[in-house]
Design a protein around this ligand. Structure first.
Ligand code: DAH
Length: 324
């Protein structure tokens, strides 16, 4: 072992280093030369066999070679990356971090549940518009400009003469304008009213509109469909009653109540489609008949889940939402 061995070793290292193309190969090379059982460690351990005169000189050259290799390795790391970047001492047998599962909002769940019931009855789920005109929100629904019932459906207006729909009844008009009877649809969606927000009011909430029109769709069809729907939703043991009411777009009109035995709860509005509504969409009121209904989704969800404050639906508090 002499100085030429060191020179050869350096050349050997250089040519091996030139071959290295990835962090792991670089780490292997580093260990082969600088590791505890590497080539340099071996040479250091053999210094004892040298004479007293040779030893310091050889030691110094060996240290130079070591520093050379260290520097070359760390420079090379700059181009191929350190081994730490793709190799770490993680334990792959540890359990992973479970992803947080999302879920459907209780209002969406309620809409889908109601949608399923009506789909099985042959109703189609259709979409409407949230930004509407006076025609669809009022006029075509038999609510003239000066009619007092317009107040009940008051809404927000844009400066360009549009409005946010205050009821999903607008979709009745949009559907009938485009289709000939028979029509069997439900239309879920958001509606808007300038109401003061409190535990039972919100400026935005959800409704589901229903419409069935054919040449002979009678009041008993209305009663049968609504009764079946409410029993599917709340259970067969509920009771249902119709109270006379007024809606401009239906005649006769009813409010539908349900009961579990103690008192009555108003659950939806319904009626036979008013002839003026048929006329507005170009249907002949002498040839077609139908019924319509409208319900508030939050109200139903609050009843079903025992929720006391409508605001909980819209505050995005996960402690509330995670319970559904
Ligand atoms: N649009 C009514 C409301 O917002 C609900 C309603 C009542 C819809 C009776 C109907 C109906 O289609 O026939 O209060």
């Amino acid at each position: 072992m002499d100085m030429t061995d060191l020179a050869r070793l350096q050349e050997e290292f250089k040519s091996q280093l030139a071959e290295v193309s990835g962090p792991q190969a670089l780490e292997n090379l580093r260990v082969a030369y600088l590791g505890r059982k590497g080539k340099l460690a071996h040479l250091f351990s053999e210094m004892g066999t040298l004479s007293r005169e040779e030893r310091p000189k050889f030691g110094e050259l060996l240290n130079q070679l070591k520093r050379f290799i260290e520097r070359a390795v760390s420079e090379k790391e700059g181009s191929v990356g350190g081994v730490d970047s793709d190799f770490s001492y993680e334990d792959p047998t540890l359990p992973g971090v479970p992803p947080r599962l999302g879920r459907l909002h209780p209002i969406t769940q309620t809409i889908r549940e109601i949608g399923d019931i009506f789909t099985r009855l042959g109703f189609e789920i259709v979409d409407g518009r949230e930004i509407e005109t006076e025609f669809y929100n009022f006029t075509a629904l038999n609510i003239p400009l000066d009619h007092p019932s317009r107040d009940a459906f008051d809404t927000f207006y844009t400066e360009q003469g549009h409005l946010l729909r205050s009821q999903t009844s607008t979709v009745q008009i949009r559907v009938m304008e485009k289709r000939k009877p028979p029509v069997r649809i439900i239309a879920p969606g958001k509606v808007y009213r300038p109401d003061e927000v409190d535990a039972s009011h919100s400026f935005m909430f959800h409704q589901i509109e229903g419409l069935m029109v054919d040449d002979r769709t009678t009041f008993s069809d209305l009663k049968g469909v609504i009764h079946l729907f409410l029993r599917k939703l709340f259970g067969n043991h509920i009771e249902m009653r119709f109270k006379p009411h007024f809606f401009p777009f239906t005649e006769p009109s009813v409010d539908v109540d349900i009961s579990w035995g103690r008192g009555w709860l108003e659950i939806l509005g319904a009626g036979q489609v008013h002839p003026a509504v048929f006329e507005a969409v170009g249907y002949d009121p002498k040839k077609v008949q139908g019924f319509a209904f409208g319900l508030g989704v939050e109200r139903i969800a609050m009843l079903k889940y025992g929720i006391k404050d409508i605001r909980l639906f819209f505050e995005n508090d996960l402690r509330f939402l995670e319970q559904f």
